[in-house]
Design a protein around this ligand. Structure first.
Ligand SMILES: *Cc1c(COP(=O)(O)O)cnc(C)c1O
Length: 365
C-alpha cells in the first residue's frame, strides 16, 4: 500500500484565482509568477493549466525558464532577476525570454554582444525597497543605454517592487508609488514615447488600486493564498490550490497524565484518544507547528498533540467521534489554509507551500 501523504493540486481553483485577478485589474496583462517550481505546485503543470488565462510567465532563473521551454511551454517568460552570467543572455535571446535589468553590471554585460534576436528588456528601478533595482536618479541614463543598444527591443518595460503593500495603513507604499509615477512621466516626456509599466505583486494588486500597471505580477494569490496576515474580503474569493493530506495509521487511548511524542511535550489532562498521522517535517509539514495547531479530520478540527516527527505527527481526536485507522486528515487546503497553519509555526504560507519536498507525490485534478 502506498504511503498516504499526498498533495492534491486543484487546477480549476488556479484558473478561478486567475479570473479573480482579472476582475480586480481588468486593464492589466497578467504575468503569472511561477518561480520556485510554482511555489511548490509544479511549474510545468501550472504553466500548462494557465495557458489562455495569462499573458506571460515569470521565474527567477534561466534554469527554471529552460525547464519550461523543454516541456514545450511557448508562453513569453520573464527572468525576474535577470541574467547571472553572459551565457544566459544568449540563451534568453534564443529562447524568447524577457530579461530584467536591475543593476548597471547587467546593462554593461549586454554591450558589445551580438545576439541573434534582440531581447525584451525590463528596467527595474529601486523606489525604496533597496533590494533590487537601479536607483531612481540613474534610471534615465540606464534606460537610454538600453534603448541605444541594438541587442534590445525598444519597447522597454519600467518595473518596480513594493516593500510593504501587505500593510494597508503603511504610507510608505504611497511614497514608492508616487516616486515611480514621477519617474515614469519623466521618461515618457523625455523620450517622447509610451513606456509600459509593471508594479503589482499580489498584495499591491489587492490592496492598492494605484498599483495597477500594464503588467501585473501576481504570485501567491494565484495559488489561492492571501498575502495579508489579517482577514480581508479577498479571502472568500480566493480558492487554495494545494491540499496536503494524509491518513491516520495508529490510534491510542491513553489515561490522564500520559505524555505524547518526542520530549513528552503534550500531556493528557483527561482520558484521551490520540491518532498518529503518516506525515511529518520530512514531508514539508512544519517542524515548529506548536501543540494546538489545527488539522481537519471528519470535517472537524483537531489539535496537534506532541512534537512533529520526520514522518509522523500525533493529534488529539478525543472530541472527534468514530475516528478509525485509514481516516483522511487534511493538514492544509480549502477549509484550513496554509496561512493559518503557518501562524502556528511562526512562518508564512508562502514558505510552507514553496518548500514542499519531492517526496510528497502531487495529484493534479
Ligand atoms: C515573487 C515576486 C512576485 C510575486 O509576489 P507575490 O507576493 O507572490 O504575489 C512579484 N514580483 C516579483 C519581482 C517577485 O519576485
Amino acid at each position: 500500500m502506498a504511503r498516504p501523504a499526498k498533495m492534491q493540486i486543484d487546477l480549476a481553483a488556479l484558473r478561478h484565482n486567475c479570473t479573480v485577478v482579472s476582475k480586480i485589474a481588468p486593464n492589466s496583462n497578467i504575468v503569472a509568477v511561477i518561480k520556485a517550481n510554482a511555489y511548490g505546485h509544479g511549474a510545468v503543470e501550472i504553466a500548462e493549466a494557465l495557458q489562455g488565462y495569462i499573458s506571460m510567465l515569470a521565474v527567477s532563473s534561466a534554469e527554471e525558464a529552460m525547464r519550461l521551454r523543454s516541456n514545450d511551454i511557448k508562453t513569453r517568460i520573464l527572468l525576474l532577476e535577470g541574467c547571472f552570467e553572459d551565457s544566459e543572455l544568449i540563451c534568453a535571446s534564443l529562447n524568447n525570454l524577457d530579461v530584467v535589468f536591475h543593476c548597471r553590471n547587467q546593462i554593461e554585460a549586454l554591450k558589445n554582444k551580438n545576439l541573434v534576436n534582440p531581447i525584451n528588456a525590463w528596467l527595474k528601478v529601486n523606489t525604496g525597497m533597496h533590494r533590487l533595482g537601479i536607483d531612481v536618479g540613474e534610471a534615465i541614463e540606464c534606460y537610454q543605454q538600453l534603448l541605444d543598444n541594438p541587442n534590445v527591443n525598444p519597447n522597454i518595460v519600467l518595473m518596480t517592487h513594493i516593500a510593504s503593500a501587505d500593510e494597508l495603513d503603511n504610507e510608505y507604499t504611497k511614497t514608492q508609488l508616487a516616486t515611480f509615477k514621477t519617474l515614469h512621466k519623466q521618461l515618457e516626456s523625455q523620450f517622447n514615447r509610451k513606456v509600459e509599466t509593471s508594479i503589482g505583486n499580489s498584495a499591491t494588486i489587492i490592496g492598492w488600486e494605484s498599483g495597477a500597471s500594464d503588467w501585473i505580477r501576481p504570485g501567491i494569490m494565484l495559488y489561492g493564498l492571501s498575502p495579508f496576515t489579517h482577514a480581508l474580503p479577498i479571502d472568500d474569493e480566493l480558492e487554495p490550490v494545494m491540499t496536503l493530506r494524509s491518513e491516520v495509521i495508529a490510534i491510542h487511548d491513553i489515561p490522564v497524565g500520559s505524555r505524547v511524542g518526542y520530549g513528552s511535550t503534550w500531556e493528557a489532562l483527561r482520558p484521551s484518544r490520540v491518532a498518529t498521522v503518516a506525515i511529518g517535517y520530512g514531508d514539508g509539514y512544519p517542524c515548529k507547528a506548536a501543540n494546538g495547531t489545527p488539522v481537519v479530520i471528519k470535517g472537524k478540527r483537531a489539535p496537534v498533540a506532541g512534537r512533529i516527527s520526520m514522518d509522523l505527527l500525533t493529534i488529539d481526536v478525543t472530541d472527534v467521534p468514530d475516528v478509525d485507522i485509514g481516516e483522511e486528515v487534511i493538514l492544509w487546503g480549502k477549509t484550513l489554509t496554509a496561512n493559518e497553519v503557518a501562524k502556528w509555526a511562526g512562518t508564512i504560507g508562502y514558505e510552507l507551500v514553496t518548500r514542499m519536498p519531492l517526496r510528497v507525490p502531487k495529484r493534479y485534478c
